[in-house]
Design a protein around this ligand. Structure first.
Ligand code: SAM
Length: 289
């Protein structure tokens, strides 16, 4: 699909593209083909596509995968997609806000040219689907944030959280000209490959999220202060110090200097210290939100 084809679809179907919904359509066939080659779909794949738009990726996805479930927020686009793909038996359309919906099914791959206004929220939401892999078009800066490491400027809560579940790789960069309308920034295509096994038990993941949020909530603060003053925990200064000692982490370091292993050590220390106190459960320390 090139820009004039998109314009004529929009005109013919009386659609009203909405910039606020991050509607930048992929118009480069070369980039589309590279994406599909990279994903390497097989008939056994059940794909979840977030934001199919006018179907630039949906078309080749339905051509190669066993099943494609596409979630689109825009009702005009849904009308178009339902008609356009009506003869595809392996296409299921869900008209919903991906951030609010709970899509039924089990997916082997998640694919999206993400709407940039809510890409970090979508990334957190994707974790809920437990897919073995995700292939995502992102703003270049966001992709760099995801692959960055401790001590780097872009490193943040999203980096640490995703790294518990997935190994991220930037596969290639994509120029602004590959989209219509052109976004203000360049993009990168990124893969997330599920780690063989999670370093934490399922039950401990809630505390992992709270600890990571707390550490970056006080990004400029020393980790001891960030944990003890965090609105996401009820640790208190003395306990925060003991947890850090148990985890072998210097309380004067900052959240942005700690790697995934440090956060895992913090979760284990947190549980151990809380359980040693022989009070109800370490979960009492989680502030309900
Ligand atoms: N996949 C198409 C392509 O590559 O040309 C469109 C990509 S466009 C960058 C992002 C798409 O996500 C748009 O179709 C937009 O309407 C949709 N979208 C935005 N926010 C959404 C949300 N919260 N849930 C589902 N779809 C959303």
């Amino acid at each position: 699909m090139n820009a004039s084809e998109i314009k004529s679809i929009i005109h013919e179907h009386g659609l009203h593209p909405n910039k606020a919904l991050g509607q930048n359509f992929l118009i480069s066939n070369a980039v589309r083909d590279r994406i599909i080659d990279t994903i390497g779909l097989i008939r056994a794949d059940s794909v979840l596509e977030v934001g199919p738009g006018l179907g630039a990726l949906t078309e080749p996805l339905t051509g190669a995968a066993g099943m494609v479930t596409a979630v689109e927020i825009d009702s005009g686009f849904c009308r178009f997609l339902a008609k356009h793909f009506s003869d595809r038996k392996n296409f299921r359309l869900v008209h919903a806000d991906f951030l609010k919906a709970s899509i039924e099914g089990s997916f082997t791959k998640i694919v999206s040219n993400l709407p940039y206004y809510c890409s970090s929220e979508i990334l957190f939401k994707i974790l809920q689907y437990d897919a073995p892999a995700a292939y995502l078009m992102l703003q270049k800066e966001m992709a760099e944030r995801i692959v960055s490491g401790p001590g780097q400027k872009a490193y943040g809560a999203l980096t640490v959280t995703l790294s518990l579940y997935y190994e991220p790789v930037i596969l290639f960069s994509v120029p602004r000209q590959a989209f219509y309308p052109q976004p203000e920034v360049a993009s990168s295509f990124l893969s997330l490959c599920r780690r063989g096994s999670l370093a934490l038990k399922r039950d401990d993941i809630a505390i992992f999220h709270r600890l990571v949020k707390s550490a970056f909530w006080g990004r400029r603060k020393m980790i001891r202060t960030a944990l003890s003053e965090s609105p996401h925990l009820r640790a208190g200064r003395e306990w925060a110090g003991r947890i850090l000692d148990e985890a072998g982490i210097n309380g004067r370091s900052r959240g942005e200097e700690l790697g995934l292993d440090d956060y895992i050590a913090l979760v284990r220390a947190y549980k151990k210290i809380r359980l040693n106190k022989k009070q109800d459960s370490w979960q009492d320390w989680i502030v309900k939100q």
